[in-house]
Every structure is written in C-alpha cells, then in structure tokens.
Design a protein around this ligand. Structure first.
Ligand code: PLP
Ligand code: COI
Length: 361
C-alpha cells in the first residue's frame, strides 16, 4: 500500500556502528536507547500534511513560543515491532492509527490519515530493522504529534509536527514478568467525565506523575486511579488497563466510558479471554469490592495490561490505610496463560486467527 504523500529519505551521515549498536541493545531497559532514524511530517492549515521525511534522529528546533510548550497540545501512541520467524511484524497497527485520530479530534488537532501513519511507522521499522532485538525484547515505536506554531493566544494551533521514533526495549518492569505491586491513590485522580481520559495526550501523564511518584515512594510499581466523581470505582493504572479474574470464571474490567484509555492490549485480551471460555464483564468495580474479594478469595488474580508492560500480574495492593495480597501474590494461572497466548500471537509462534499481525519486513 502506498500513501499519497511520499516519504523522502535523507541519508544519515553517521549511523551507529554495528558493535556499538549491539552493546546498546544488550540490556536496553525501557525507553532509554533509541534507533538511528525518525520520520517527520509537517502540517499547516494552508498545505495540510507535507514534507514527509525519513532522516537521522536529531533534536527539533522549535520556537520558545511553540504552543505545545505552553498549552500542551500533544498526543502520542505506543506500539511494538517484534521479530518473528518470518521477519518483523507489527501488532494491530491500524488500531493505533485509529486511536491517534480519536486523540487528535479530542485535542482539536488534525488527524494523521491512517495510511500516512502506517506508512511512517513501516518506513521507520524497515530502515531501523537492525534495531529490532533478536531476544525476547522488541522495538517500541512512539508516534507523536505536537503543536509547533509560535503563538501565545489560546486556540488550536495552525501548525503541527508528526514524528515517529523507535526504541529497542526489554521488559517494562525491572523484574521482568514477576508480579507487580500497585498503590491506590486517594488524593489524585487522572480523568474526569468530559475530560481527556480516553485520549492519549501528554497532559494526562503530566497530571499522573505526582501520584506515580507517591506510588514509588510507597514501594509500588504503578499507581491505580479511582474515578474522579465518587472516588470509588477502579479506573486504570498510570500506564496500563487493569483486569480481575474471579473464582466463578469471570474476567472483570472497568468499562470504557471516556475516562480511561481504550487499550489495544485490553481489547485483544478480552477477545482471547472470551474464546478461552471466560465470562467477560466490562462493568464498574469498586475499590471496596476489590479489597473484599481479595480477602475472601473470590478474586483469584488481577493483572495490568498495555503495550509496554504486555500483561503483568498484580501481587500486592497498597493504599493509605493498609495493604492486601491477591491470590498467591505471584503470577496467576489465567494471567500467565493469556500472556503466553498474546506473546505467541505477536511473535508468530501461536496461530493469528484474528489477522492481528502485520508483517513489515
Ligand atoms: N492506559 C494507559 C493510561 C496507558 O498509557 C496505556 C498504554 O498505552 C494503556 C492503558 C494500554 O493501552 P495499549 O494496550 O493500547 O498499549
Ligand atoms: C504504552 O504502553 O505504550 C504506554 O504508552 C505506556 C507507558 C507507561 C509507556
């Protein structure tokens, strides 16, 4: 497939030598090592999308009055390229393109056409294919867009830059796939009805950082947000959705309703869980009930899910007045099975019956 906007390739003057690249990819962690190139595309009100380029990854020169620096008009996506037996593949990239378009609409920004989004991502992955790890890591892709117009009035900007960068990554959490601990925030909320919770905009994460820092101070890996109106219903984690596995064969997860991010991992897991015979219930679940169910044993497992984390069991829940454990505080059986199945599909070792995997190279 081609886009109507060709991506011009500008040669890199000094790409990373292979031995240095291999050393950088030994133990990359998450989001600290970056590949050699990036794709950039500009938009303005007069010309629409133009100047699509694949070029050396380099700092942007933006004006100090660029609106993103003042009013945070910025959105992003997170997706991964995996090495499979057949080559390199993306997982449901059209879903990221669609969600980015929805985020753009909420943030009064122009949508990147789906084909241009996909072309930009595929072009970067092909160019930086050597940066896709050969072990169980992956190449994390970060498409993002920001308001670059220099103007201090408050209104949607009339100039934007869309960019895709790539980062070879290992596990998001330090302990790999060992169960994580979460901190339930009682002081802070992430998103209110009518707000931007369902959009993947930088501002949501900026507002979450103080709560994430509180979680870290309390020895936890991630923060859990409750709803803004009643401070009662579980919504999601700082950077992941959350699911609960009950002793009656049901899998409960908070419903999408504008205040949580519609995770692509979440959606995929719900499909796999239904196929595995679990009864999927997208319904409000209160923190109080969570605690009771964990204590009574009705709640067998809980897990966090997202592109970066894949699926991570939740072993311990801490909050201002105490803590409780879930199941055996480790990785539950359903959690492990769903993770193995999802990773198997992504890496081409399990049947892709839904056509989710898109080969790129
Ligand atoms: N919720 C939040 C706040 C996130 O940042 C993410 C990660 O992207 C998710 C949920 C999971 O979304 P996805 O599965 O599409 O990565
Ligand atoms: C992702 O999973 O892609 C995210 O954006 C979440 C973030 C915690 C890295």
């Amino acid at each position: 497939m081609t886009t109507t906007l060709p991506i011009r390739s500008i040669p890199h003057a000094s790409p990373t030598p292979p031995d240095k690249r291999q050393a950088l990819m030994q133990n990359p962690g998450f989001g600290k090592v970056f590949s050699d190139h990036m794709v950039t595309v500009k938009w303005n009100a007069e010309n629409g999308w133009h100047d699509a380029e694949l070029r050396a990854r380099a700092p942007f020169a933006i004006d100090p009055a660029a609106s993103v620096l003042h009013y945070a008009q910025e959105i992003f996506e997170g997706m991964k390229a995996y090495r499979t037996a057949q080559g390199i593949a993306l997982f449901r990239p059209e879903e990221n393109a669609r969600r980015m378009a929805q985020s753009a609409e909420r943030m009064a920004m122009p949508a990147v056409p789906e084909e241009l989004f996909l072309d930009a991502v595929r072009t970067l992955v092909r160019k930086d294919a050597d940066w896709v790890p050969h072990d169980d890591g992956s190449l994390y892709l970060r498409p993002f867009m920001f308001a670059s117009e220099s103007f201090l009035g408050v209104r949607p900007a009339s100039e934007y830059i869309f960019c895709v960068i790539a980062s070879p990554v290992g596990a998001y959490f330090k302990g790999g796939y060992k169960a994580v601990s979460v901190w339930v925030s009682s002081d802070y909320t992430r998103a209110a009805p009518g707000g931007t919770g369902a959009a993947k905009c930088g501002g949501n994460y900026a507002a979450s950082l103080i709560a994430q820092a509180e979680a870290t101070r309390n020895g936890c890996d991630q923060v859990v947000f409750l709803d803004a109106a009643e401070h009662r219903w579980v919504e999601e984690l700082g950077g992941m959705n959350v699911c609960f596995v009950m002793d009656d064969g049901s899998l409960v997860t908070p419903p999408l309703g504008g205040t949580i991010l519609p995770g692509i991992t979440r959606g995929s897991i719900l499909t796999l869980a239904r196929e595995a015979g679990l009864r999927v219930e997208e319904r409000p679940y209160s923190f109080e009930q969570w605690r009771k169910d964990a204590e009574s044993g009705k709640l067998r497992e809980a897990f966090a899910c997202g592109t970066a984390a894949v699926i991570a069991g939740i072993g311990t829940v801490r909050f201002a007045d105490g803590s409780f454990a879930i199941g055996n505080s480790g990785d539950g059986e359903v959690t492990a099975r769903l993770r193995a199945q999802l990773l198997g599909i992504q890496r081409g070792t399990a049947a892709d019956t839904h056509g989710w995997v898109r080969p790129v190279a």
